[in-house]
Design a protein around this ligand. Structure first.
Ligand SMILES: C[C@@]1(CC(=O)O)c2cc3[nH]c(cc4nc(cc5[nH]c(cc(n2)[C@H]1CCC(=O)O)[C@@](C)(CC(=O)O)[C@@H]5CCC(=O)O)C(CC(=O)O)=C4CCC(=O)O)c(CCC(=O)O)c3CC(=O)O
Ligand SMILES: NC(=O)C1=CN([C@@H]2O[C@H](COP(=O)(O)OP(=O)(O)OC[C@H]3O[C@@H](n4cnc5c(N)ncnc54)[C@H](O)[C@@H]3O)[C@@H](O)[C@H]2O)C=CC1
Length: 156
């Protein structure tokens, strides 16, 4: 069995969050992070239409270029989800050096935190992890909790 990770809830209000990459995975994660009040900076030469819309609405900042060393400095957390193994590795290593928590989308070993499946209903937030063993299970459980959470919170 993988060692389970302890869940913590971080205040990201007005904090810098760096997302390297702007494709399918980065987009999903940015959309999740948007509910948590942080200042999201996306670094990628190309981004999805959904991210372009968020940038136009000034909900995120887009740096239209490749990742450069030191881009992560000052971030509270970092997500790297490019389709370049070497870039994701480099981002992970830099974060490790400066002690910034990082989720590396293509390597659980290089991640110092896991991006959870998130169910949120008003002030109630549930984060789901399968301890890096089974992201499909994490998704299934998250979807189940989303349904249950809605009915429980709305009954109040
Ligand atoms: C360890 C972790 C590290 C981290 O990324 O932080 C990680 C790692 C990896 N995921 C991979 C693949 C996929 N992951 C998903 C989905 C989710 N993955 C998520 C979290 C995490 N994924 C972290 C903790 C996981 C845990 O707790 O067990 C969720 C919960 C949150 C989110 O991503 O938003 C979200 C589900 C919730 C939701 O959707 O609601 C899909 C499906 C999809 O995209 O639709 C696929 C592709 C399809 C397939 O392969 O089945 C690969 C192989 C990549 C490759 O092949 O290169 C790795 C690398 C590895 O395992 O080493
Ligand atoms: N953890 C998870 O939930 C999952 C992880 N993955 C992994 O996530 C990674 C990304 O997948 P997708 O989003 O589907 O890829 P994608 O192809 O949709 O997007 C890749 C993005 O990376 C950007 N990019 C490329 N080189 C860059 C550089 N040097 N600096 C900054 N940005 C750069 C591109 O501009 C693009 O925006 C892959 O490694 C994949 O294996 C895939 C599925 C799920």
């Amino acid at each position: 069995m993988e060692q389970a990770y302890f869940p913590i809830f971080i205040n990201l209000l007005n904090k810098r969050v760096v997302v390297v990459g702007g494709g399918v995975i980065a987009t999903r994660r940015v959309q999740t992070l948007c509910s948590f009040g942080c200042n999201i900076e996306v670094i990628a030469p190309e981004i999805s239409e959904a991210l372009k819309n968020l940038a136009n609405e000034e909900k995120i900042t887009w740096h239209a270029r490749s990742y450069q060393e030191r881009d992560v400095i000052g971030a509270a957390i970092v997500v790297t989800a490019t389709n370049q193994r070497l870039i994701n590795y480099k981002v992970g290593q830099e974060c490790l050096k400066v002690l910034i928590p990082v989720s590396v989308a293509d390597s659980k070993e290089e991640s110092t935190f896991y991006f959870p499946g998130i169910a949120k209903e008003e002030a109630v937030v549930v984060g789901v992890s399968a301890s890096g063993t089974d992201h499909k299970m994490a998704k299934r459980v998250t979807d189940g909790i989303k349904n249950v959470l809605k009915s429980i919170v709305q009954k109040e």
